[in-house]
Design a protein around this ligand. Structure first.
Ligand code: MSP
Length: 560
């Protein structure tokens, strides 16, 4: 039965998809993580100055898909996400709203960020807030350790600061402003003038890590992905690396973690924030847990914050004699009018605007399939609704509902046996095996779009198979019963493979499919992904259940 959903009028129109898309002592970091180590995926922690838009949700979904994929393969997969709550940007927003920064952060986390995880079906194992004691205390431990080792010194900073980025900017980071900021130099990301800072600060000796970082990039060619991001970082680090100011004087603002040996200063918000990746998993408190998860398998970040993760963060870890992550993957931006979608530019779309109409599976599927992970892309309602209809409803949903309906109609819902196997049946089995193989290879490279393309070979293959085999015609003659059973068994096995392979992407629809055809085999979550295409798992003679509509029809009003 189809549920009718109404589409809100298209008040926001975004352009069509486009592709713009002192000598340092080091520990040995060349070894890969020990066998059996958890697959640890992180997202950036999000600023709580505002509610999430679909750009944030995009990062979150990609990380969740990766974590779910590895969990389905049998790894102990751990997804960490959270919120970045200190810094001037949050303080200013809270003040403008007549609230303390803590009260503001609490409200945003509970009203907006945690609900976003629900909305998108994110299966995270932890959620860290940088205002939690477990974080604050161990950030101080980390900093004290670096200070004691001689990696931090006091100096004076004079230069530009962008509060939107919470970042010190060199003149070459700035561009000429337009409109109200014409004739001024502005931040290239926020299009707003930077502020001039003159402070006594503490500095981290980042410059000492120039060669160790370059060596690390060379010895670990997959550390920064995709390739263009890696090249950009290498050329940046090769030019020059200057020491980094890592504190802000409390005369200016105090919403941060105190420098442990000098409480007139708070820790620079990025230094504080990056440490969430280890304070959440036991740094300073639970070494066993830390070692079971760190180094992270993949750190998913947007390209705007790649340098923090691929330059500053590994240098901080090297200074503390910890290993850098195994991989940092920089994805592109969701663009509006060629610019990064952002709330401050009023171009943000709330994830619920999409999920309320199309559902969370469609959201997850669309962004993973429509944009090559690593490149920029533009969201459009037209593209989303066309793909929903063609790929999800008419592609996957249709083949599932036709096969289940025919098993009910012709075999009373009992799984029929497959008898003489033809080349066409064999081809479906081979396509299934190839889809799993190729998708897994793609996921190892964080090529999420390619993984979906590989799996869709099986969706399309099954649709073609049914069209060519015409089981509904065979059903008219009792003499074809054995052949009819073979076609439906083969199709059911194809659907079973799809349910397992697609569960990391579209967990709700695949759970419905599993409740219909796979329930006798145990939980969907316990089906080993790499064995999904091993044929003959469904037990002949067992009953299947009715199938709920996987992708209900969405009614669209004309665009304004
Ligand atoms: N708080 C820092 C991250 C600290 S991690 C130690 C931060 N927060 S953020 O809320 O501004 O951004 C979080 C993530 O959302 C980043 O990866 C960023 O790239 C991503 N996105 C924000 N806008 C985006 C788009 N328009 N498109 C895609 N991703 C975007 O940076």
């Amino acid at each position: 039965m189809n549920t009718e959903l109404r589409h809100p009028s298209f008040t926001i129109w975004l352009s069509r998809a486009s592709l713009e898309v002192s000598p340092v002592k080091l520990v040995d970091m060349s070894s890969v993580s020990p066998a059996g180590k958890a697959f640890f995926v992180t997202t950036p922690i999000f600023y709580v100055n505002d509610a999430p838009h679909i750009g944030h949700a995009y990062t979150e979904v990609a990380a969740d898909v990766l974590a779910r994929w590895h969990r389905q393969k049998g790894s102990n997969s751990f997804l960490l996400t959270g919120t970045d709550e200190h810094g001037e940007k949050i303080l200013r927003t809270a003040t403008a709203n007549n609230q303390t920064p803590q009260a503001w952060a609490d409200k945003l986390v509970h009203d907006s960020w945690l609900p976003m995880l629900e909305t998108l079906d994110i299966n995270n194992q932890d959620f860290i807030r940088t205002t939690e004691p477990r974080h604050k205390k161990n950030v101080q431990t980390f900093l004290q350790n670096l200070y004691d080792k001689g990696f931090i010194y006091q100096g004076s900073y004079e230069g530009n600061y962008c509060v939107g980025c919470e970042e010190f900017k060199t003149d070459s980071d700035l561009v000429e402003g337009t409109g109200e900021f014409a004739m001024k130099m502005v931040c290239a990301i926020h299009s707003k003038p930077v502020e001039r800072l003159e402070e006594t600060n503490y500095f981290f000796k980042l410059s000492q890590f120039q060669q160790p970082l370059l060596d690390y990039y060379q010895q670990n060619p997959k550390f920064i992905q995709p390739e263009a991001a890696r090249n950009e970082v290498i050329s940046f680090v090769s030019r020059e690396l200057t020491d980094l100011s890592i504190s802000r004087s409390k005369d200016k603002f105090d919403w941060g973690i105190d420098i442990p040996w000098d409480t007139d200063h708070v820790i620079y918000v990025w230094f504080d924030a990056l440490l969430n990746y280890i304070t959440a998993i036991g740094y300073g408190e639970d070494e066993g847990k830390l070692n079971s998860l760190w180094p992270a398998s993949v750190q998913v970040v947007g390209k705007d914050i790649l340098r923090f993760h691929a330059v500053i963060w590994p240098a901080m870890l090297m200074a503390a004699e910890l290993k850098p992550a195994e991989k940092v993957f920089a994805h592109g931006w969701l663009l509006v009018g060629g610019e990064k979608m952002s709330k401050s530019k009023l171009t943000g779309i709330a994830p619920t605007q999409i999920t309320d109409v199309f559902g969370s599976d469609a959201f997850r599927y669309y962004f993973m399939k429509a944009i090559a992970f690593g490149q920029d892309g533009s969201f459009s309602w037209e593209d989303l609704s066309a793909r929903y209809q063609a790929e999800l409803a008419n592609g996957f949903g249709n083949v599932a509902s036709r096969v289940v309906a025919m098993v009910h109609r012709y075999f009373d819902g009992v799984i029929p046996a497959a008898e003489s196997i033809t080349d066409a049946d064999k081809k479906i089995e081979e396509t299934a095996a190839q889809s799993i193989r190729q998708a897994d290879a793609a996921m190892d490279d964080v090529a999420i779009q390619d993984a979906l393309l590989a799996i869709w070979e099986l969706v399309d293959g099954l649709n073609v198979y049914l069209t060519e085999q015409e089981p509904w015609i065979l059903a008219k003659d009792e003499a074809n019963r054995a052949r009819l059973g073979t076609i439906l068994y083969t199709s059911l096995e194809g659907l079973r493979t799809l349910a397992v392979a697609l569960t990391p992407f579209i967990p709700k629809a695949t759970a419905k499919l599993w409740a219909s055809i796979g329930h006798e085999l145990g939980d969907l979550g316990s089906q080993p992904l790499l064995e999904a295409a091993n044929w003959n798992q469904l037990v002949v003679g067992k009953k299947i259940n009715e199938l709920e509509s996987l992708f209900p029809r969405v009614e669209q009003e004309d665009r304004d």
